[in-house]
Design a binder for this molecule. Sequence first.
Ligand SMILES: Cc1ncc(COP(=O)(O)O)c(C=O)c1O
Ligand SMILES: N[C@@H](CCOP(=O)(O)O)C(=O)O
Length: 463
Amino acid sequence: MQYVSTRGSAPALDFAGVTLAGLASDGGLYVPEKWPRLSPDEIAAMRGLPYAELAARIMQPFVGECLTPERLRELTDKAYGRFAHAAVTPLTQLDERQWLLELFHGPTLAFKDVALQMLGLLFEEFLAREDGSLTIVGATSGDTGSAAIDAVAGLDRVEIFMLHPKGRVSDVQRRQMTTVRAPNVHNIAIDGSFDDAQAMVKRIFADESVTAKHRIGAVNSINWARLMAQVVYYFAASLQLGGPEHKLAFSVPTGNFGDVFAGHVAARMGLPIERLIVATNTNDILHRALSNGDYSTGTVTPTSAPSMDIQVSSNFERLLFDVGGRDGAALAEQMRGFETSKAMQLTNAQRDGAAALFTSMRVDEDDMARAMRWACEECAEIVDPHTAIGLHAARNVQLPADVPVVTLATAHPAKFPDAVERATGSRPALPARVGDLFAREEAFIELPGTYEAVRGHILGHAA
Ligand SMILES: Cc1ncc(COP(=O)(O)O)c(C=O)c1O
Ligand SMILES: N[C@@H](CCOP(=O)(O)O)C(=O)O
């Protein structure tokens, strides 16, 4: 399997290459040259497999010859062995139509663990082969940071610099990053938003004064391996609810468009999906883009679902490439225009291509709180604010009556106790597996939100 850049001019790479490269050298994102396809019989044959086995089967065509099936299976066993639920991503039924896909049973209580536990192992595997090392620079609105740090803390060949927007992540999220003591972990709080942090990360990849000294890697969903691992749970959910014979819809609380793009990949591979619902908070650039073609940023507004306080949605570029004719040169020009003006209009091909599978909804704070109360009072389920955004959309988007809707429950409610308590009156307790989070000492540095400050810090502290 070879991977090509969405902007057409970076060299094609194999799976190990894209895993270590993160972002393509032309500023684009890597996608498979063509989508592997599974027949309905092949999909049906995976029903009932343990999660780690299913994961290895779904990932194998993307990994190609970079890992033997046996080695891949060892890695998926190890990655998913750390989850607190035997099913890894269990389904919970809310009513006759609505389901939750619980993605928060990993070590840091959010869906990011599903991919990052795997990515940490892949880094180790591929770096050992070439006796290399990697300096990871990542941006987080709260969840990627802790999941990535958990996955790489203590690794000899990897060092991680994680930027989070100061004061804009929950206390639990911040502590899950800043209380990890390992010499290869550096936490940085910057003045600004997640978008500012993400823009700095992308700039580092293109900055020769940094790349001449350090091999920069990515843990954000710009890294293809992240998305590959997330495709698996769409298959897992479908196989439990009558797939591939029956279609499902998925409602996905969305920020950087990674999780829902993994659903698009599952559909491209042959999984029957009725609709992918893109549920945004009031930072609604994706809803505007999908409903009227207007992909233009505004100011990032803090909400009770802070992990989705994002305007520039990295993986949307992958969708525009895939549904818009896979024309890297044209997309490179379109993205250059966006980077300058912070606005672009989708082409008709991009709009029509996206409309075939995606529906979107913007969910405000009141509807989010209402969804939390509904889940609590009618279904005895406490859901986190991000999941509540997905759930509100799941219950309000028009779909054929016989299609079940699965909302991706992307975080454990205890990561956002204040918002949950405000909406429901109940304060969720942290599961025992996160230990004495509030007793541990924090370590992070604060930097102004300028590229120069962050670059200088990385150059001054990278091993
Ligand atoms: C809890 C939670 N839900 C949803 C999202 C949105 O996921 P994505 O960025 O893949 O769209 C994120 C992060 O972005 C998150 O941390
Ligand atoms: N919600 C994310 C934002 C970064 O998204 P990613 O999926 O591209 O890593 C976070 O929690 O950090």
